[in-house]
Design a protein around this ligand. Structure first.
Ligand code: 9MR
Length: 614
């Protein structure tokens, strides 16, 4: 020991450093859901060990008594993780408690809990993500877990005109002669952009959580007053209040009647980026994006973003997204707020008609300062919009569009995977669960397609070393949401059939998200012994600058991504990581560790489902 006295401030700095060091738990070779296990639910753990023969395992309670034991199941080499997993199944042990440990061979887990309803807090925190990313309103200290998370309103109002400059490829855009007040909405992700395509699927997912719960009689779980939001005493479900914040923005992104604009028509892929623009009637279409004219640095709090913001040209994809979600809105608010529902329905019809008139305006312009959400296949968007309009109105024209689509459910065929760019299954889900005009036969066909998809996911789980019901060879940007979207379909399949294998697979997916993965990482802030701490976000960016807050609990990291490793952190990992390990808890790793509304939405859905579906 050096023989000198430390100044008191140095002591406290050391103490703080020790606390920080303690907080950063070392990874354990025994991986399990760090939130713990449900008393009655499946309980699977993975130990990574090179042994080719089974290892003995023991479940030890808080007082050191062995409560269960067995032999691990050797999986062999697992491509997704690069590990040699041993699978352990403790499901038969159903006694709640704290401080359990699992010993597998020479390895011992951290203490973990078994209890009822472990997801109650998570579903609320995951929903609070949306309030805290609201644009156009102050985030008040009384509604957040830490006063440092409060902030003045950003982009209030968010009024913008159309981009009227030269884009990155040298195309000159004419502007539009109007400005829209597209205030409200949620910031998309780590950036302050607002995008109709991604807003569409995110809002739909929350609204579907509501519709599914209402159909099952559990909608009171998010009743008025259950969330910490300004609308918590307006007599309306807080889940709906939150989704409406986004809907108001989406509705505001519609192109005014009587607008003629020069837009790119058809799948143009010019080598020099120069687009052919054609003048057409854009009335009722939706602008693709609203964002800053250039990228702002990290950190930038919303209220400190003084960049000029523009509306970027309307696209068919955005228009169909608007049609779909506005149609969903129309049926949900019909009895709650008839005037709002009517506004939604008019917008949905107008948008759908505009998309039929202009079916091939793709998001191919090259603009900086925001994300593209470009998509070259809009047949799934068209199916989704027609499905939502048909469920809501029952009108023959929408029904005909469904029959003619290659995305329509067919007996014996599984529903497609979905994400922001592949949305047909959203329509299938609404046909399967939403109250509406669809026939019982339509409903049954849609359910069968979802059950068939769920069967495939269960099978995928059996082939994965970590048993997650997801088997991509390459992990996409936002892979954690892909895993959770599988869980959403599995949850629905369980609703329809009651088969325990589907519920078990939902748990498998959530186990992976909360720590049963090769990095021993909980991908949700504030949950588990090793939670993500440093997501890519312009305000929750304490790692970049200690004057900014750490993220609130309940925020999902996008997760491992070995399909696009373009950020400075990912670039150093290229070629050196198995798909499930291409991830770092670093705010600069925007391809791996960003947050996004379309990722947190399925976290809300799945956490709520688990909490409300015994
Ligand atoms: O989630 C999007 C992912 O599928 C794309 O591959 C990626 C690159 O285009 O963009 C992601 O979305 C980002 C958006 O463009 C801008 N806001 C942040 C989003 C999440 O990273």
């Amino acid at each position: 020991m050096p023989n000198f006295k430390l100044a008191p401030w140095a002591l406290s700095a050391l103490a703080l450093a020790a606390v920080a060091a303690r907080a950063e738990e070392a990874p354990s070779p025994v991986r399990l859901n760090q939130l713990g296990f449900e008393t009655q639910g499946p309980k699977r753990a993975i130990a990574s060990d090179p042994s080719k023969t089974p290892l003995p395992w023991r479940l030890i309670d808080a007082s050191g008594v062995t409560r269960a034991s067995g032999q691990s199941q050797v999986f062999g080499l697992d491509a997704a993780s690069g590990d040699h997993p041993h699978q352990v199944d403790l499901s038969d042990w159903r006694t709640p408690g704290q401080g359990y440990r699992l010993r597998v061979g020479a390895h011992e887990s951290r203490p973990f809990a078994i209890g009822d309803h472990p997801y109650g807090a998570l579903k609320r925190d995951a929903l609070a993500f949306f309030y805290q990313n609201r644009s156009g309103v102050a985030i008040e200290a009384r509604y957040v877990s830490d006063p440092a998370l409060a902030r003045p309103a950003g982009h209030a109002p968010d009024r913008a005109t159309c981009f009227d400059k030269t884009d990155e490829a040298g195309n000159l855009w004419a502007g539009c002669g109007y400005a829209l007040d597209a205030s409200k909405g949620w910031y998309d992700a780590g950036d302050h952009g607002k995008y109709v395509v991604n807003g569409g699927i995110a809002a739909w997912t929350l609204l579907n959580a509501y519709e599914r719960a209402a159909a099952r009689g559990t909608a009171q779980a998010f009743a008025d007053g259950t969330a910490q939001i300004p609308e918590r005493a307006n007599g309306v479900s807080d889940l709906l209040d939150e989704a409406r914040w986004e809907l108001e923005f989406l509705l505001a992104m519609a192109v005014p009647a009587g607008t003629v604009m020069a837009l790119p028509v058809g799948p143009q892929k010019p080598a020099d980026g120069k687009l052919v623009l054609t003048r057409l009637d854009a009335s009722g279409m939706a602008h693709q994006r609203l964002h800053d004219k250039r990228w702002t640095p990290l950190p930038t709090a919303p209220q400190d973003d003084h960049e000029t913001r523009y509306l970027y040209y309307p696209t068919t994809a955005a228009t169909l997204n608007l049609a779909a979600v506005a149609a969903q809105c129309a049926r949900i608010w019909k009895a709650i707020d008839p005037a709002f529902a009517a506004r939604c329905l008019t917008t949905a019809r107008t948008a759908y008609a505009a998309a039929l008139r202009n079916p091939q305006v793709y998001a191919i312009g090259q603009f900086t300062g925001g994300g593209g959400y470009g998509d070259g296949d809009l047949t799934d968007e068209a199916y989704w919009a027609a499905a939502e309009l048909f469920v809501t109105t029952g009108e023959a024209a929408y029904g005909q569009a469904l029959i003619g689509s290659r995305h329509a459910p067919v007996a014996g065929r599984a529903a497609e995977d979905f994400d922001w760019g592949s949305v047909a299954t959203l329509g299938v889900i609404s046909l399967a669960v939403a109250p509406g005009a669809q026939s019982e036969a339509d409903r049954a066909l849609a359910r069968a397609a979802l059950v068939k998809a769920a069967d495939a996911y269960v099978e995928q789980g059996a082939r994965q070393g970590y048993r997650l019901p997801y088997a991509a060879k390459t992990y996409p940007w936002g892979s954690n949401a892909s895993v959770l979207n599988h869980a959403l379909v599995l949850g629905l399949a369980y609703d329809f059939t009651g088969r325990p294998a589907y519920r078990a697979a939902v748990v498998d997916a959530m186990d992976y998200i909360l720590g049963r993965n090769p990095l021993d990482q909980s991908y949700v802030t504030g949950y588990g012994a090793r939670p993500v701490r440093h997501p890519h976000h312009r305000f929750w960016t304490q790692q970049a600058d200690p004057r900014y807050p750490a993220p609130p609990p309940g925020v999902l990291s996008g997760g491992p991504n070995d399909s696009n490793m373009s950020d400075p952190v990912a670039a150093t990992m290229k070629g050196h990581c198995a798909p499930q390990t291409c991830w770092r808890d670093d705010y600069r790793a925007f391809t791996q560790n960003e947050v996004a509304i379309n990722w947190n939405a399925p976290l809300v859905w799945v956490a709520a489902w688990l909490d409300e579906t015994p």
